[in-house]
Design a protein around this ligand. Structure first.
Ligand code: FES
Length: 173
């Protein structure tokens, strides 16, 4: 195997060991290490794009919803489906306080955290009175209790107040 220098001389005038090209393989040690490092970085980035990260809460405020540091107000004249249908729900994705607000009938609404208590994914939705998380399969009942793990803690609940005059639901907490 013959080796030929491919890099600049070090200040001492001596080529560093990784500045040689393996003429037989055609790849320098530096190029190999650089390629290996890039592959490792790519693999790490790919690992970050798993399901949990992809569905972690961000910010997505539906039409007719306003938020402050302590309250979330839903305008039912805009969110007409939530207003009209028992069992309808609205997910408000608000990073620090994501909520699922459920119409439980008779102008009564329930607000639960929409952040899964397993590893923090945003709740996927609700079907047949079961709230589900798509990340690892946890299920919660309509009051937030765990019905299937791996989550082992209930979804926290918040006070939801209906205003029949203003046609709003205000969630505190
Ligand atoms: S984050 Fe794992 S089941 Fe929801």
């Amino acid at each position: 195997m013959s080796r030929v220098p491919v890099g600049p001389l070090a200040p001492s005038g001596v080529l560093p060991p990784d500045a040689f090209l393996d003429a037989d393989a055609g790849v320098s040690r530096r190029a190999f290490l650089t390629a290996s490092a890039m592959a490792a970085i790519a693999a790490t980035l790919a690992g970050c794009m798993n399901a949990s990260d992809a569905t972690a809460p961000g910010v997505r405020i539906p039409a007719g919803v306003s938020t402050t540091a302590t309250t979330t107000v839903i305008d039912l004249l805009t969110q007409t489906a939530l207003a009209a249908t028992t069992g309808a729900y609205l997910i408000i994705e608000n990073a620090s306080r994501s909520l699922i607000v459920i119409n439980i009938g008779s102008n009564t609404f329930r607000a639960l955290s929409a952040v899964c208590t397993h590893q923090g994914c945003l709740i996927g939705g609700m079907a047949s009175n079961v709230i589900f998380c798509n990340c690892h399969g946890s299920r919660f009942n309509a009051t937030g209790g765990v019905v299937q793990g791996p989550a082992n803690a209930s979804l926290p609940s918040f006070t939801a107040t209906y205003d029949g005059v203003a046609k709003t639901v205000t969630v505190a907490g």
